[in-house]
Design a protein around this ligand. Structure first.
Ligand code: HEC
Length: 114
């Protein structure tokens, strides 16, 4: 009886943490990805996130990151085109968005290191 209760408790904790990490993408992870993947073209994280306002970042990442992809495809920058169509960008997009949105131009916030 005791064992059964404990394992049910563990199972619920595991399920709970798995779902929360899916539901809430991570601002810190997004910052890390930004520094690795966007900084070389758009400058440090403060500058990058302040490129746009919160609502504009939402638009950029809506419909499967459509506007982000278009902006880079229209840039005629081969490296930017390749990156924006990569699996890496797709996989990190939700975390990147969270970071950029958190520190957008109109957020009044500045990231601590970056
Ligand atoms: C290899 C270079 C490169 C990389 C990597 C890159 N970009 Fe860009 N990005 C560009 C270029 C070139 C443009 C075209 C407009 C311009 O010159 O700023 C652009 C445009 C944009 C725009 C549109 C700006 C506007 O005013 O409409 C945003 C927003 C943006 N990038 C964000 C990002 C983010 C966030 C990342 C990382 C996830 C990223 N970019 C990665 C080169 C890059």
């Amino acid at each position: 009886m005791f064992h059964k209760t404990v394992s049910i408790a563990f199972a619920s904790i595991t399920i709970f943490s798995a779902t929360t990490s899916i539901a809430f993408a991570d601002v810190n992870k997004g910052q890390k990805y930004y520094l690795k993947e966007c900084k070389e073209c758009h400058g440090n994280g403060t500058k990058g996130a302040a490129m746009l306002e919160q609502a504009e970042w939402k638009d950029m990442f809506a419909n499967g990151n459509k506007e982000m992809i278009t902006a880079h495809e229209e840039s005629n920058n081969e490296k930017a085109k390749k990156y924006i169509n990569s699996d890496k960008f797709k996989e990190h997009a939700q975390d990147l968005f969270d970071f950029l949105h958190e520190y957008a131009k109109d957020s009044g916030k500045v990231p601590s290191c970056g």
